[in-house]
Design a binder for this molecule. Sequence first.
Ligand SMILES: [Zn+2]
Length: 272
Amino acid sequence: MPELPEVETIVRAIRPALVGRRITGFEASWPRQVQPSVDAVRAALLGRRVQAVSRRGKYVVLELGGGAGLLVHLKMSGRLCVAEGHGQERPQHQRAVLRLSGGAPLRFYDARKFGRLRFAPELAAALSGLGPEPLDPALGPARFHAMLSARRRQLKPLLLDQSFLAGLGNIYTDEALFRARLHPRRSSAGLDARQARALLAAIRAVLLQAIACAGTSLDWIYPGGRMQARLRVYGREGEPCPRCRAPLRAQAVGQRTAHFCPRCQPAPRSRA
Ligand SMILES: [Zn+2]
């Protein structure tokens, strides 16, 4: 699933072709992906101008003025591109098209159909359930430490929780915890100020590196990224730790699989 760096890369790619254009049409072939409904979204969009294209967490946000916007969540296999034709994409996977004045349309492809497009009359309200952006300078180490201390959860599922911090998924939580030398099952409440600072710094470092690499491409779903060659633990179970050479491990934590070094990231003595 695309995470913050992949969504950021997509936003940067489509932004120049969208900003300033007026919406002249909207069609969707899989109505369940469109909220509140295809007709309602079309009625809300027609005639509006795209004022900005931004990212919040894992959402692509088309800002339409007056606080309204179109939210796109790519989920497992969604893709967005601005093009006259289908190019490399499979025409049968196109689920929605946003037509624009004086330019190519925005096309939404989604083989597995988990992605969502949603018109939000009030973007601020629609996005209010999301936690802070990890790269927001307003999120300082002291506040991050307080956020961690206020929750008593294992670090891996907590960092995946979008209401805690917006934008991280399975890959970058594993990479950040490895860099901060923290076991994925450690309790958030047990971290001291130095560890919280190290974790925030690790999250930022891995996200910035991934953005610079245009994200991670591990399969056909998200092409064009170069970060996969720089991942240190994700998907590398059994390989030697790049720091200490101990074999990396993969283990279920909550509902997800965590990849980590059992030596560099010592397990907590008791389950939190
Ligand atoms: Zn190690």
